[in-house]
Write a protein that binds this ligand. Structure first.
Ligand code: B4P
Length: 191
């Protein structure tokens, strides 16, 4: 299986580039952010819990997220040619859990695409998205908190994949197509 982790701070282009990757490589897509927003929209208990954290720009607890990934793999592993993990893992504990879960299927992460974008650009993009997204976490105060949480809790995941020899740094500023071309080079190198 071709297992791609697309990684980066909020607003770095994970969702945007995932759409391109799915089309080109015919991958199954899991976005933990989308799944959580679906839970909120359908008023589930999990959604209510997630909303409390997301509205404050915090991460949703690891055990909730890991449970979602576990059931996703249960349904899909072995039946698909590959998976794109979008917005997951966001903590080292999540990265370790993913390694263990994929090992159960004699598989592992093929490459981790780390989209690098400066904070000022992230803020501009997400404030712009907030004008139309309807997302309660796309406002200046929450965006700043999300960037802070990224730096404190999520950035260490880069070192995890560096040690695993899976890290591919991608400059995430510029035209979406040009960034995608760099992403494809990194994916083709591990295919
Ligand atoms: P996500 O849904 O993952 O939200 P995100 O990081 O804001 O989105 P993304 O990074 O995909 O947006 P994109 O750059 O594509 O998470 C939301 C929340 O859910 C988290 O804060 C957390 O609370 C919770 N959560 C999710 N996963 C979790 C986990 N694993 N553990 C714990 N909690 C979790 O798009 C941004 C904007 O930039 C768009 O408008 C796009 O058009 C634009 N853009 C993209 N590329 C561009 C480019 N090259 N140039 C200019 N603009 C660009």
């Amino acid at each position: 299986m071709l297992n791609i982790v697309i990684f980066g701070p909020p607003g770095s282009g994970k969702g945007t580039q995932s759409e391109n990757l799915i089309k080109k490589y015919n991958l199954e897509h899991i976005s933990t952010g989308d799944l959580l927003r679906h839970e909120i929209q359908t008023n589930t208990q999990l959604g209510a819990l997630a909303k409390q954290h997301m509205d404050k720009g915090e991460l949703v607890p690891d055990e909730v997220i890991i449970g979602m990934i576990d059931s996703f793999l249960d349904k899909n592993a072995g039946k698909v040619t590959g998976v794109i993990f979008d917005g997951f893992p966001r903590t080292v504990a999540q990265a370790e859990a993913l390694k263990n879960l994929l090992a159960e299927y004699k598989s592992g992460v093929s490459v981790m695409l780390n989209l690098e974008v400066p904070d000022a650009e992230l803020l501009t993009r997400l404030i712009e998205r907030g004008k139309t997204s309807g997302r309660s976490d796309d406002n200046e105060e929450t965006i700043k908190k999300r960037i802070e949480v990224y730096n404190a809790q999520t950035r260490p995941v880069i070192d995890f994949y560096k040690k695993e020899g899976k890290l591919a740094n991608i400059k995430g500023v510029g035209a979406i197509d040009a960034i995608f071309a760099e992403i494809c080079k990194a994916v083709d190198a591990v295919k």
